[in-house]
Ligand binder design. Structure first.
Ligand code: ZN
Length: 137
């Protein structure tokens, strides 16, 4: 598996998970809504649905806010943006071992380019991630 295949697999997973929520009838507009009548707990909501209720502790409030940022519609937009970014940087031609978008005449800028390495680094804990893909310092 090369780094482009690895990234496409991670994007496919994120897209499938978000699409599964939509296919199951999940609505967009996720929010972390305080529920005063439940002692300050927060509910993760989408439309009129309540997906989860978090305990009124700092971790529970933070989890609700974090989960609300993963509205499936927003995740699908993020996946599309990352696919476009990958497309822009995985544009080498056969026999050319560098990114045409990043190359600036410096022969030492080889493939994978810094942008693709950085995209992959978000999944450094995945078992298929190759340590040699890590961004160079
Ligand atoms: Zn690049």
């Amino acid at each position: 598996m090369d780094i482009v295949e690895f990234l496409n697999a991670r994007l496919d997973e994120g897209e499938a998970a978000a699409q599964a929520v939509i296919d199951a009838g999940g609505r967009s507009g996720w929010e972390a809504v305080p529920i005063a009548e439940l002692d300050g707990r927060r509910a993760l909501t989408g439309g009129s649905s309540i997906f989860a209720v978090m305990d009124p502790v700092p971790e529970g409030r933070a989890c609700a806010e974090h989960a609300a940022r993963h509205d499936p519609a927003r995740v699908l937009r993020e996946v599309a943006a990352k696919r476009k970014m990958l497309e822009l940087h995985a544009n080498g031609c056969p026999g050319i071992n560098y990114c045409v978008s990043c190359w600036n005449g410096n022969e030492s800028l080889d493939w994978p380019c810094p942008t693709v390495r950085t995209l992959a680094s978000a999944h450094a804990d995945h078992p298929d991630y190759a340590p040699e893909w890590a961004p160079r310092t």
